[in-house]
Design a protein around this ligand. Structure first.
Ligand SMILES: CC(C)(COP(=O)(O)OP(=O)(O)OC[C@H]1O[C@@H](n2cnc3c(N)ncnc32)[C@H](O)[C@@H]1OP(=O)(O)O)[C@@H](O)C(=O)NCCC(=O)NCCS
Length: 134
């Protein structure tokens, strides 16, 4: 059975297998209040993951959410696991007064784009700029 819950330290090893498979990276950081990390587990093994950041918009005086590192282990895809993770995100957003969500995604991620639009995300045509500082 798939369980959706918040990440806990004992998930690290299992989560890193997933992050290595999908992003060739492991989780290096600490757990913070600002980062809501959700895992999907089967028999206590992490098979899905995402991070939701709650961000305060001073101009509009509201909160929005930014989502990162959405992923599901290859052998568990197309079984609705990412959909379950997002349903939980939507629930958390209501509880935490988050009024909209944003994420970025490369055009090559066909399944992800299909899923995001199915969930109700609209594409905003804009470019993402990044500069390394340190
Ligand atoms: C994107 C990802 C998280 C989806 O996880 P998932 O658990 O398989 O998602 P779900 O099962 O909830 O939904 C996937 C949907 O995409 C559809 N899909 C799968 N492959 C597809 C493809 N090549 N083209 C179009 N739709 C596709 C599935 O049929 C399903 O839709 P349905 O429920 O209407 O049948 C997973 O594919 C993944 O980890 N990909 C690699 C990492 C990635 O791209 N992350 C997103 C970064 S922005």
């Amino acid at each position: 059975m798939v369980i959706i819950r918040e990440y806990k330290d004992s998930d690290l090893q299992s989560l890193n297998k997933l992050l290595l498979q999908v992003y060739s990276h492991t989780r290096e950081g600490i757990t913070t209040k600002e980062n809501i990390e959700l895992v999907a587990t089967i028999d206590n093994n992490v098979v899905g993951y995402l991070i939701l950041n709650k961000i305060y918009n001073t101009v509009e005086n509201n909160y929005y959410g930014h989502i990162n590192y959405v992923c599901v282990l290859e052998q568990y895809r197309n079984q609705g696991i990412a959909t379950k993770l997002f349903k939980e995100v939507f629930k958390i957003c209501k509880e935490k007064d988050i009024v909209y969500l944003e994420l970025t995604s490369n055009q090559s991620r066909v399944a992800a784009h299909y899923l995001y639009q199915k969930l109700g995300f609209n594409i905003r045509k804009t470019d993402v700029f990044r500069i390394p500082i340190a």
